[in-house]
Design a protein around this ligand. Structure first.
Ligand code: 5GP
Ligand code: MG
Ligand code: MG
Length: 177
């Protein structure tokens, strides 16, 4: 049985941090041609909030990926299930993610976009589990660091449920008592 255990990050804390990230990004990319690329499905909620905190026009696109094997066996290679349809050559890319865990997915995507002719590629995540990192990948815009707990809400799912929760919750998984 699955149940929600407790709120880990409240709505107000998410809103505040998204505003700060938007201000940082607006300052760092002022006068530049920026494309935000959200990683589906988890980043959809964060993406919608973040883009509205950026003070100049940006391009947006989305992609969906899945990784080969498990974190223990994967090389970090990912399968692109849905690709972007934006021409990103010569443009600055900001990858927008819900949560960085091992970092393997984002490390691969960063290299993928650099090899595809992007001028620069940075990473922005709303949640970050630094204790779980396996890949050596720089996260230029890191929202809120959380402990190694399985979380849902604010775009994140458990079996495709709970993405619509406005807060981030810890899930309790295990046997019913
Ligand atoms: P990684 O950084 O390990 O390559 O991939 C991180 C991805 O795994 C996240 O973007 C998210 O989709 C998923 N993930 C990692 N930790 C959690 C978690 O606690 N809850 C949920 N719902 N997904 C997670
Ligand atoms: Mg994700
Ligand atoms: Mg998921």
């Amino acid at each position: 049985m699955t149940e929600l255990q407790n709120v880990l990050v409240h709505k107000e804390a998410l809103q505040q941090r998204v505003r700060e990230l938007g201000a940082d990004i607006s300052r760092d990319y002022a006068g530049k041609d920026l494309v935000l690329i959200g990683i589906l499905k988890g980043a959809a909620v964060f993406m919608a909030d973040l883009m509205r905190e950026i003070s100049f026009p940006v391009g947006i696109d989305f992609m969906a990926v899945s990784s080969y094997g498990t974190a223990a066996t994967t090389s970090g290679a990912v399968i692109i299930k849905k690709d972007i349809d934006t021409d990103i050559r010569g443009r600055h890319i900001l990858l927008v993610e819900d949560l960085i865990d091992t970092g393997l997915t984002l490390k691969h995507l960063k290299e993928h976009f650099l090899n595809s002719g992007a001028l620069s590629v940075r990473i922005c995540t709303i949640l970050n589990k630094p204790s779980r990192r396996l890949a050596d990948v720089e996260v230029e815009y890191s929202g809120i660091e959380i402990p190694d707990e399985f979380v849902v809400g604010y775009g994140l799912d458990y079996a495709e449920q709970y993405r619509n929760l406005p807060e981030v919750w810890v899930v309790k998984t295990g046997e019913a008592d």
